[in-house]
Every structure is written in C-alpha cells, then in structure tokens.
Ligand binder design. Structure first.
Ligand code: XUL
Ligand code: CO
Length: 438
C-alpha cells in the first residue's frame, strides 16, 4: 500500500545504533515492559486534524505543506485523506486514530448535507478499518471552527446554537459507535467567555452539563460502552475556558453527577497553559480515578500558546508513563499524538520523522518509568516521608479517633517540633537522572 507516500518505506524498529532516520530506535512494539508489550501499553493514536488536514498556516501566513493528496473537489479530497491516513498508520505501525467530524468530511450547505458527507466517508473508513485492523481511539465533534459557534456551543447564549451542537454530537457519537471507538471526547474550545460583562457563568455551565447528560443517555442507548472524556484547557481560543484544568473538570463532573461516565483526556500543552506540569495534571487525574487518555505533545515555554509540538523530552515522557503505570495502564484510552510538524517542516517525510521522534520519546519514557518503579528508591523515600501517619497520633488522625480536642491535648505536650525531615529534593532529582542514564 504505497500511493501517497511513495518514497517512504515502512518504519521498523532498528535499535538505538541505527543511523536510519526512518526507523524506530527505541519503540520495539513487541518488546515486553512491565508485563505487556510496548504496543499494548501505548495504544498510539494519530490525530487526523493535524496529520491529514493541517497545512502549516498560522495567523501571519499561509500553509506550507501540501495535504491535497492529489485531489480537487472536497469530497474527493476527503476520500483521498482516508486512504492517506491508512497508508500512514500502516507504514508507521500505529494502531489507532482520532478525529473530529469535520476533519474527515467537509461541512455541507445544510446539516443534512454535512451528515450525508459523513456517511459517505465513514463507509470508506469502515472499509479500510476492516482491511487493516486499525482502530478508532476516540471521536469528537468540531464545535469551534464554524462561525455559528462564535459565543460557544453547549454554553452558547443562543438556543438554536445549542440545538445545532447537540445534533452534531448525536451524529459524531453514532459514527464513533459504528467504528468501534472506545472513547468520545469533549474539548470545549469555545465553551467559556471573553468577558463576564455579558456572561451568565452558572447558566452556561448548567447547559453544558445538560448537553453532556443528553450525550451519555443517547450513547448508552445506542450501545456505546466506552468512556466519555473531558479534555481540560484553560484558554485559547477563548480567554477563559470552563474546563480550565483537571481539578476544575473534576469538580464539574462531580457537581453534575457525571463521574460514572466521564474521565479526562490530559494534554501536555494544555497542562502548561494552565500553569501546571503535565505530570501534575496526570497525577491529579490518577489520584481521583479519572485518568482516561492522553493527548501527547509539548508547548514551547518561551511562546506560551498551544504550539502542539511533537514531544521530545524524555523527562516529561518518563513522568507521564510513571503516572500511567501507577494508574494500572490505559483501559479505554491511549496515547494520541495531538501534535503537528512545525511550519518549517513541510515535507511529507517530516510527518514520519515527527511521529518517529514522539513515539521513540515515549518508548524511552516507558522504559525509564518501569526502571523507576523497579528501582523503588523514590517510592520508598515517599513512603517513609509519610510514615508518621502509620502509628501513634498519625494513625489516630487517619482512623478518625483523634479530633481537634485530642489533637490540641497532644500538641500542648509537643513543645518545639523537632521531627521534621529534609525533603531531599536535589537528591531525588539526581537519583532520577541516575535511573535515566543507568
Ligand atoms: C485543541 C485540542 C483539540 C482536542 C480535540 O487544543 O487539543 O484538538 O484534542 O478537540
Ligand atoms: Co487535544
């Protein structure tokens, strides 16, 4: 199958000594790490929007990469994109993909026509999935590009827009179910506000929850057994987005009774935009049982917007995979590269080179995370750091035996506290380096 990327061979594992740029140096799909193959751990996903659609345009300039795939009018183009997608998945040995409704088929003049376009392309995708064994990780609806969503979709002040968004979600869920997707994502790019002077925040959040409940009810009725995800992001395009970060999304899910059906899709670049590390967001989700899936990428700390670069930091990847391993691995979710080659990297080859770079980074990350766990020194240190809650007054706090009065009586007898111990941050950081380098 070599039609669109004729000069690129299948990408194989060649090991760390290979000088072939078009090979995996660290990602060996069949290698067993922590009891599972690398392939099973990651469930790597390709982002349809970046990989098949984005041509590198930015606010100041036009696209630089040709993603026409030799096609002229839009439905023909959409079909070519499907076939190009499956050639990429095959050549890169990536098993999953993710898409928005509007990535795969063009919007028509009416909603009915858009839905018809989707049906045609979904037939095509379904056929290719059967042939290739490739799978859908999650689907979603694009409720942010069209100008009708200027003031939001589920949080719009206009009931017609809410209805339109609901209709789009209904169709996107039907497609996700038909293609066997294990997740359905809500990313609320326009769900937020530009100014509170014109915004009823509480009303908008109630409406967002109404829409999510409708989605759950409908999806379960038509047989969706996967997870819904909220993908937190604090801003961009809106000044303030309601799903600001993992903790905010968690509070929303709890308040509106959505915890049973929803988890989070944590994206690295969104974490840093929220002023958190990627690890912070993952750890928060894991600690609260809502780590669903990951959008792997990285931002540029000097720029401060959502650059969606392919991840190359083995530190970040290792700490991400440590959280994933601690959570017991992905169930419905996986690791989707919500990332694109830079505008200056416009050759077809750059698509492959950027995925290789991201995939190898995470392969290294997984190996390091496994070593951190096997080494055990960091975990032992943390265990000992909290040891005072195992016996004596600490155990009484945990068991509920001690209240304020008992603790006051205890504290009165303490005098100066002399039991604090160093946090040993620098020791732990160098220990991490030692484990990384081996
Ligand atoms: C935007 C973003 C989206 C979601 C899906 O920042 O991450 O592409 O992943 O809508
Ligand atoms: Co994303």
């Amino acid at each position: 199958m070599s039609k669109y990327f004729k000069t690129i061979p299948a990408i194989k594992f060649e090991g760390s000594q290979s000088d072939n740029p078009l090979s995996y140096k660290y990602y060996n799909p069949d290698e067993i790490i922590a009891g599972k193959t690398m392939r099973e751990h990651f469930k790597f996903g390709l982002s349809y929007w970046h990989t098949l659609c984005a041509e590198g345009s930015d606010m100041f300039g036009e696209g630089t990469a040709d993603k026409s795939f030799g096609a002229e009018h839009s439905m023909e183009h959409a079909k070519h994109k499907v076939h190009a997608c499956f050639e990429l998945l095959d050549k890169m040995d990536v098993d999953y993909f993710c898409f928005h409704d509007r990535d795969i088929a063009p919007e028509g003049d009416t909603l009915a026509e858009s839905n018809k376009n989707l049906d045609i392309i979904v037939n095509e995708i379904e056929g290719m999935m059967k042939q290739s064994g490739k799978k859908l990780l999650w689907g979603t609806a694009n409720l942010f590009s069209n100008k009708r969503f200027v003031h939001g979709a589920g949080t719009a002040p206009n009931a017609d827009v809410f209805a339109y968004a609901a209709a789009q979600i209904k169709k996107a869920i039907e497609i996700t179910v038909r293609l066997g997707g294990t997740g359905y994502t809500f990313w609320g790019g326009r769900e937020g506000y530009e100014t509170l002077l014109n915004t009823r925040m509480g009303f908008e959040l109630d409406n967002m929850a109404r829409l999510m409940h409708m989605a759950v009810e409908y999806a379960r009725k038509i047989g969706f057994e996967g997870d819904f995800y909220i993908e937190p992001k604090p801003k961009e395009p809106m000044k303030h987005q309601y799903d600001f970060d993992a903790a905010t999304a968690h509070a929303f899910l709890q308040k509106y009774g959505l915890m049973k059906d929803f988890k989070l899709n944590i994206e690295a670049n969104h974490a840093t935009l929220a002023g958190h590390t990627f690890q912070h967001e993952l750890a928060y989700a894991r600690e609260n049982g809502i780590l669903g899936s990951v959008d792997a990428n990285t931002g540029d700390l000097l720029l401060g917007w959502d650059t969606d670069q392919f991840p190359t930091s083995i530190y970040d990847a290792a700490l991400c995979m440590l959280e994933v391993l601690k959570a017991g691995g992905f169930t419905t979710g996986g690791l989707n590269f919500d990332a694109k080659a830079r505008r200056g990297s416009f050759d077809q080859e750059d698509i492959f080179l950027s995925y290789i770079s991201g995939i190898d980074t995470f392969a290294l990350g997984l190996k390091i995370a496994d070593r951190i766990i096997k080494d055990g020194r960091i975990e032992k240190f943390v265990e000992e750091r909290y040891a005072s809650f195992k016996t004596g007054i600490g155990a009484d706090i945990i068991s509920g035996k001690a209240g304020l009065a008992e603790l006051e009586a205890y504290a009165l007898g303490l005098g100066d506290i002399t039991t604090n111990k160093s946090g040993r941050q620098e020791y732990l950081e160098s220990l991490l380096n030692q484990i990384i380098i081996g």
